[in-house]
Design a protein around this ligand. Structure first.
Ligand code: ZN
Ligand code: ZN
Length: 350
């Protein structure tokens, strides 16, 4: 089969690889679409961060060049004896593999499993014509969801998990600092929230998408707009602030913006230490919440449910590219920051 294999930073090769093998619980999926995201771009440009190119991954046991792709859907073409899905089913893969028996798995927090690993990051994934995945990471795609919408299920599940972690109060005002990649999926995941959803970004196009996804207000700001000026724009206050950008200073702005007793949900990643005025956070009893990945068993079905009601592909621009062009039309533009919307790779086309 053809597959996109990461060998080293800026060295991703589309090459022939053996078809994947599978165990009793696994499915072999003929991949229809594999989405690319910022995590893939970071691995390609600055990695390896998560991909075990040089050291063995303790959960997956994999080491060495890795087929990327953690956001994929497709059709089951083979299934192990204990797999829960049948040949011919369309499935969305959540890509997060958990043991099912450790204490956090038993608590339903499978994304924090002691031996968690991610297909396409910790071992081979879906950026290929075929992929193997444990049946437990896969969810049948409802008939009412198109392939291209289902291709958005995994990142939407990440957004749903973020909203779940926030524990929103009914009617409260939610502010999204940044509605780029993950921010737009959080915006979509807020569809059932009954209070104002305010999107803030430095890019008008992203704000237009957020508005179409249900944001009740949008504000175009400069990168250095202060929290005080943002407060003036949001008269109802900010009971929950999602910080999605990860840029330097953004977390501090989120804490300055949120109401007393409110919640800041940190979503964006920045490995550089950032100064925070903790006294102000403590004295105003601001809660800090964090979120990572998603819970396959609940968040992927929820994502497919939203996509059935709100076909996001009609709102969020989604471009389909061929696997053979994945470097020039996928990774390089992603790293350059010139992609707006979502990129889906179709390995079926040459
Ligand atoms: Zn992703
Ligand atoms: Zn576990």
């Amino acid at each position: 089969m053809r597959a996109g294999v990461l060998y080293a930073p800026h060295d991703l090769r589309v090459e022939d690889r053996p078809d994947p093998t599978f165990g009793d619980d696994d499915l072999i999926i003929e991949v229809t679409y594999n989405g690319l995201c910022g995590t893939d771009a970071t691995e390609y440009s600055k990695g390896p961060m998560m991909v075990p190119l040089n050291t063995r991954h303790p959960g997956s046991g994999h080491q060495g060049p890795t087929i990327l792709g953690h956001e994929f859907i497709g059709t089951v073409v083979d299934a192990g004896a204990k797999a829960r899905h049948r040949i011919g089913e369309r499935i969305a893969c959540g890509a997060g593999v958990s043991c099912g028996s450790c204490s956090r798995c038993r608590d339903g927090r499978t994304n924090l499993c002691a031996s968690y690993y991610t297909l396409g990051l910790s071992t081979h994934g879906g950026l290929a014509q075929f992929a193997a995945a444990p049946s437990s990471t896969c969810v049948r795609i409802p008939d009412g969801v198109t392939d291209i919408d289902a291709g958005l299920a995994q990142p939407l599940a990440v957004g749903i998990h973020s909203v779940d972690r926030a524990g929103l109060r009914p009617g409260s005002t939610v502010v999204l600092l940044g509605v780029g990649a993950i921010g737009s999926f959080i915006c979509a995941a807020l569809e059932a929230h009954d209070g104002p959803v305010v999107a803030v970004d430095i890019d008008q196009k992203r704000l237009d998408v957020a508005r179409s996804l249900g944001a009740s207000a949008t504000h175009l700001v400069e990168p250095d707009t202060s929290a005080a000026s943002l407060k003036d724009l949001i008269p109802s206050g900010a009971q929950t602030v999602f910080e999605t950008s990860g840029v330097m200073g953004a977390a501090e702005r989120a804490y300055d913006l949120v109401d007393m007793g409110g919640d800041v949900v940190l979503v964006g990643l920045n490995k550089t230490p950032q100064p925070l005025q903790l006294a102000g956070i403590v004295l105003r009893e601001v809660n800090t919440k964090t979120t990572v990945a998603h819970v396959c068993a609940t968040d992927i079905p929820a994502a497919l449910g939203i996509l059935e009601r709100v076909p996001m592909s009609g709102i969020l621009p989604a471009a389909v590219i061929a696997l053979e062009d994945v470097v020039s039309e996928g990774f390089e533009p992603l790293v350059a920051g010139s992609v707006s919307g979502k990129l889906l790779v179709d390995p079926r086309v040459g």
